[in-house]
Design a protein around this ligand. Sequence first.
Ligand code: AMP
Ligand code: MG
Length: 349
Amino acid sequence: MPETSAIHPSVARFVEASRQGSRYLRELERKLSKPHVVARSERARAVLRVQAIALSAIREFLDSHGFIELLPPILGPVTDPGIRGAGQVVVDYYGWPYRVMSSAILYKQAAASALGRIYFVSPNVRLEPPEAALTGRHLAEFVQVDVEGSGMSYEEVMDLVEGLLKHVVAVVKGEAYRELEILGRDLPDCSDPFPRLTHSRAVSMLRSLGVDADEASEIPWDGEVILSGLFRSPFFITDYPLGSRGFYDREDPERPGVLRDFDLIYPEGFGEAASGAEREYEYERVLARLKASGEDPEEYGWYLGMLADGIKPTAGFGIGVERLTRFLCGLGSVWEARLCPKVPGVYSP
Ligand code: AMP
Ligand code: MG
């Protein structure tokens, strides 16, 4: 890895440990089988307290910016298919196959179009591939704060999530300094404007380092860590190529093939913090995108019906709470940010 000095030591240690693959996972399984023992440690208590402080800072920020918190949907006939190859959980809902939310994106569009500015603190289930257990960033069950506003541009959404993260970091530094001390975490300065680079610039940066990255796809997981390690403050990657993301990220009408979307990336090797976008909201465009991404429009009955009736344009983002906690606390792996974590492929309570 280049510039290992910028990669946080706990991330570097995790990368090293996870190279042992199944041996690392067996040890983890043993540890996770006794959550009451893990939770007793001073370290776990510090992590969970930082998380609680961060979550209440998020709510305070969003509430003060005119967003209202709605209760999140958990089940539905369809859910977000744009989840990079992860499996969905299907349950028998009175004879209909329903999905456990992989994200509430479809409901966010409905809610923001009707109500203006909304957010969910949304539990999501994604059966990530077993190799995701070794990224330090993936759980099979996680929570994202899922935010959406009507009439917003993706630049405005980036300003919003940048303000949100700055607020959370400032509150945590102020209110959780004892916990940060216990964790040995010296949070980086997040007060300067976050750099913004396009996806194609990010790909060429990675290629110049000899990392395999593709102009037509999302940044690969290992490339994300390397890129993230080159930065000392959070930064944005914008303008992903059509086909690399969910069907709902809006294609720029002026720049065909380019999406009006972004990822927010933590520095020091912690990787992706949040993804956001303006949304496609016009029936014909969504139908074409659904088909192009291999989805069956039949399954999207209520959603397409809503678009045919007409909804307002919206934009928003989702920020993962466990990944935020990992960054704030300087944790090697995201599993430490849950009391009973579900690590992909690992049996645990
Ligand atoms: P996505 O729509 O896939 O970008 O998910 C939104 C946000 O949720 C991401 O930016 C992450 O912060 C978080 N997230 C997504 N998948 C996972 C996962 N498997 N485990 C933990 N957090 C996740
Ligand atoms: Mg994402």
